[in-house]
Design a protein around this ligand. Structure first.
Ligand code: ADP
Ligand code: MG
Length: 392
C-alpha cells in the first residue's frame, strides 16, 4: 500500500481525495463532528504540500438521486471555519466537468464535488463513472477507512485508472485494528447494536469463532427476539432473517461462544414517546422497542466485568431521544470504569456509537475509538476490505 505521506512531489498536483464526511445531520446542522475532525490532518497536509485538493464524499443515503437535504454544503462550511480557507462547492453534474476547468483561478486550492451518492454509478462501482472521476485529477487518496468495506466507484474502481495512495487517517485506523487483532486478551466480548441490521446481522456469525461473548442489543436484537417467538410490535426489524439467526445460534454452540440478547426492554408508542419498562411477553402490537431494560443492563454489566477486552459497535437504543439513551450510557459507563482501572482493553466503532460517547464526553476513556462501523466489523471478521485491497 503506497502512502500519501511518503509522497515527495505533490506541488500543484491535483489530488482526488475520498473522505467519509457522512456526519449526522439534523435539520441541516451537524450534530457530531468527529468524522470531520479526523480528516483535518490530511487536508492540512495537502495544503502544506501545495496540492490542489478535489474532495469527494457521501452523506446519507440518497440512492443515486439528487436530494437537496443531503448536500455537502453545511459540511463544507464547517470545514472552511476549521481550516480558515475558502472551499468551493461545485454543484454541477460531475459528468460535465473537465480536469482543465477545475482550479482555474491560481488561488483556488480546495474544491468539493457534491454528494457522490447522488450518482447511480457510485454504489454500482461503475467503470465509466470511476474513470471519469479519475480523469479529474493526477492522483487519488483514500482517507475514508469507514467506507472501505464498500465496493463503490470512488473507493474501488477509481484506483484502476489513477495512481492511488492511502491517507493519514486510513493508516491510523488500520494500525489500531491490527493491534487489537494480534494482541488480544481473553475473555473478549463484542457488543453489537444499532439499526443497520441487514449489513450487520450476517457479520455476527463470522465473529463467533474469535469471541467468548456476543451481546446483541439495539434494533439488531429485535430479530433475535422475534426468532425466539416474542412479539416485537412495530419495532424496527429486518425481514427474512430467521435462517441467519438460526445459524448464529448453531455456530455459537459449536465454538462455545455465548450469545446474549435482551431479557427486558423499554418501549414507546412512537420514537418521541416517554419510556415504559416491559418484560418480553408484555410487548403489544402498537409498541416500539427502543432501548434495553434494567435487568438486561445488569446482565451486560456482569459480562463486561468478566471481560478483558470489549469491542462495541452500535447503540443499545434510540438514543436520539434521551428517554431511550440509558442502555447505551450504562454500557459506556461500565466500560469506562474498568478502563480507568486498567482492567480492560476497550474499542468502540461506528458513527452513532461515537456520537453517544461524545455526548457523555467519554471518547478519551476508550483505548481506541474508530469512526468506522461496518468497516470496523468486517475488519474484525478477518475480511479483506475491498477499498484496502484496491490500494494494494
Ligand atoms: P453505528 O453508526 O454506531 O454503526 P448504526 O448506524 O447501525 O450504528 O445504528 C445507529 C442507530 O440505531 C441510531 O440512530 C439509533 O437510534 C438506532 N437504534 C438503536 N436501537 C434502536 C431501536 N431499538 N429501534 C430503533 N432504532 C434504534
Ligand atoms: Mg450509523
Amino acid at each position: 500500500m503506497k502512502k500519501i505521506i511518503d509522497q515527495e512531489n505533490l506541488n500543484q498536483k491535483k489530488v482526488l481525495l475520498r473522505l467519509d464526511l457522512n456526519v449526522p445531520l439534523k435539520n441541516g446542522s451537524i450534530t457530531d463532528e468527529t468524522r470531520i475532525n479526523k480528516i483535518i490532518p490530511v487536508i492540512n497536509f495537502l495544503i502544506q504540500k501545495k496540492s490542489k485538493i478535489l474532495v469527494i464524499s457521501h452523506v446519507g443515503r440518497p440512492k443515486g438521486k439528487f436530494n437537496k437535504d443531503l448536500s455537502l454544503k453545511p459540511i463544507c462550511e464547517n470545514i472552511e471555519k476549521k481550516i480558515d480557507k475558502k472551499i468551493i462547492l461545485i454543484k454541477e453534474d460531475i459528468f460535465n466537468l473537465k480536469k482543465e476547468d477545475l482550479f482555474e483561478n491560481p488561488s483556488d486550492q480546495i474544491i468539493f464535488l457534491e454528494n457522490i451518492r447522488f450518482y447511480e454509478g457510485e454504489e454500482k462501482n461503475d467503470i465509466y463513472f470511476a474513470k471519469h472521476l479519475a480523469e479529474l485529477a493526477d492522483l487519488y487518496v483514500n482517507d475514508a477507512f469507514s467506507c472501505s468495506h464498500r465496493a463503490h466507484a470512488s473507493i474501488c474502481k477509481v484506483t484502476n485508472f489513477i495512481p492511488s495512495y492511502a491517507g493519514l487517517q486510513l493508516e491510523t485506523e488500520i494500525n489500531a485494528l491490527k493491534k487489537i487483532t494480534t494482541e488480544i486478551k481473553k475473555p473478549i466480548t463484542c457488543i453489537i447494536g444499532g439499526s443497520k441490521i441487514s449489513t450487520k446481522i450476517g457479520i455476527i456469525k463470522n465473529l463467533i469463532p474469535n469471541f467468548n461473548n456476543i451481546v446483541i442489543v439495539g434494533g439488531m436484537a429485535n430479530n433475535i427476539l422475534s426468532y425466539k417467538g416474542y412479539s416485537v410490535g412495530k419495532s424496527l426489524k429486518e425481514q427474512n432473517c430467521d435462517s441467519i439467526v438460526r445459524d448464529i445460534f448453531e455456530t455459537a454452540k459449536k465454538y462455545s461462544c455465548s450469545i446474549f440478547f435482551p431479557k427486558d426492554v423499554l418501549v414507546g408508542k412512537s420514537v418521541e414517546d416517554k419510556s415504559e419498562v416491559k418484560e418480553l411477553n408484555e410487548i403489544t402490537n402498537d409498541d416500539l422497542i427502543l432501548d434495553i431494560g434494567p435487568k438486561t443492563i445488569l446482565e451486560i454489566k456482569n459480562i463486561i466485568d468478566k471481560s478483558q477486552t470489549v469491542l462495541w459497535n452500535g447503540p443499545a437504543g434510540y438514543f436520539e431521544n434521551p428517554n431511550f439513551a440509558n442502555g447505551s450510557i450504562e454500557i459506556a459507563k461500565t466500560i469506562i470504569k474498568k478502563n480507568k482501572a486498567n482492567l480492560i482493553y476497550s474499542v468502540a466503532g461506528g458513527g452513532d456509537t461515537v456520537a453517544i460517547l461524545n455526548q457523555i464526553k467519554a471518547v478519551k476513556d476508550f483505548n481506541f475509538v474508530s469512526t468506522a462501523g461496518g468497516a470496523f466489523l468486517e475488519y474484525l471478521e478477518g475480511k479483506k476490505l475491498p477499498g484496502i485491497k484496491a490500494l494494494n
